[in-house]
Design a protein around this ligand. Structure first.
Ligand code: AMP
Length: 324
């Protein structure tokens, strides 16, 4: 153990240091830890309220065969206020810090960065990473949540500058975010590779999400319809293309199929969008070509809970998960 780690150990009270897991509460502590940790550094940013989906990202961070040396695994827990618009669920977003730390400890995470909002956004600063130059505000999710992509771009730029990870792990569950961050590190020359990991699901196909706790038991029981609807869209794509020598399909045909399945469940209240978009930039596609595929995504409410999900069609899977 090096000197700066010893200083950190002395500074932490026993409640903030469990076994070998360091908790850095300030940017200064995080920088000090980072200075001396072994590379590569693999980073898993989260807003906490951890579930198996987050923990699979940690598993991926352990297993990615990048070099022969064992990576240092850093996770962050920070409910980022700038990605919530007024009226969204910032105040009631679930916070389960002690349980999160126990789970991350079991999964072999070396360090957790858990700053306060004041640390990240001091009152005299107004940091904003504008994504208006990227076409994200025009995407279906961007129109539904105008603050979201700007907030994600801002907080991830700050986190990448503080943690300086070799590689950062994100979930396909948030497909727009995944595409945005790949573009962000490329365009701003941030020396971090973005690794996208497949969505972890419940037995009935519902994507695991911190927001699933808002569902009543009956809503939870019906929420698997979202996955069934997306699967119906994928099946339509596969069937049509196998019969079509042109190897392209109008997006509307798939969207209608997804809509039909969603409409079969009365607890699906409000279909905000069903989108067929490019895996390169999330722009809507009128036609899907086999060589590009598409991100088939949707947002709807089950009861009062807004849920999002997506499946990758055709080559989009390779483009997003393997990187191109
Ligand atoms: P969040 O805490 O919701 O901001 O999520 C932190 C990271 O976990 C993001 O990269 C999400 O895309 C990812 N994530 C959330 N749910 C899942 C899931 N069910 N499967 C895979 N990744 C997920």
């Amino acid at each position: 153990m090096r000197l700066s780690h010893l200083i950190l150990l002395v500074r932490h009270s026993s409640s903030t240091l469990r076994r070998n897991l360091h908790i850095c509460r300030s940017i200064e502590e995080m920088r000090l830890y980072r200075q001396d940790c072994d590379i590569p550094v693999h980073f898993v940013p989260t807003m906490g309220a951890l579930h198996e989906g987050h923990l699979r990202l940690v598993d991926e961070a352990h297993s990615t065969p990048m070099t022969s040396s064992k990576p240092t695994i850093i996770a962050s827990i920070f409910v980022n206020p700038t990605q919530f618009a007024q009226g969204e669920d910032l105040d009631k977003y679930p916070r389960t810090f002690d349980q999160d730390i126990a789970l991350l400890t079991k999964r072999g995470v070396d360090c957790v960065f858990a700053p306060t909002a004041n640390q990240m956004y001091p009152s005299n600063s107004s940091p904003i990473v504008h994504v208006e130059t990227l076409p994200f505000l025009a995407t279906r999710e961007g129109q539904a949540r105008p603050s979201f992509f700007r907030g994600v771009a801002t907080v991830c730029t700050k986190l990448f500058n503080i943690v300086q990870p070799t590689r950062a792990y994100f979930g396909q569950k948030d497909a727009g975010q995944s595409v945005l961050l790949k573009g962000l590190v490329r365009d701003l020359n941030i020396p971090t590779t973005i690794q996208i990991c497949e969505t972890t699901r419940e037995g009935d196909g519902l994507a695991k999400s911190s927001r699933n706790v808002y569902l009543t038991p009956i809503e939870r029981d019906k929420a698997g319809i979202i996955y069934s609807a997306l699967m119906a869209g994928v099946a339509t794509y596969e069937e049509t293309l196998s019969n079509d020598k042109d190897r392209r399909i109008a997006s509307e045909v798939i969207i209608e199929q997804v809509r039909k399945v969603l409409h079969s469940e009365p607890l699906v209240q409000d279909i905000e969008y069903i989108s067929v978009a490019s895996p390169y930039n999330m722009q809507e596609l009128d036609v899907i070509k086999r060589e590009e595929g598409a991100v088939l995504s949707l947002a709807c409410k089950v009861g009062n809970v807004r849920l999002i999900d997506n499946l990758l069609v055709g080559r989009a899977r390779h483009i997003l998960l393997q990187g191109e």
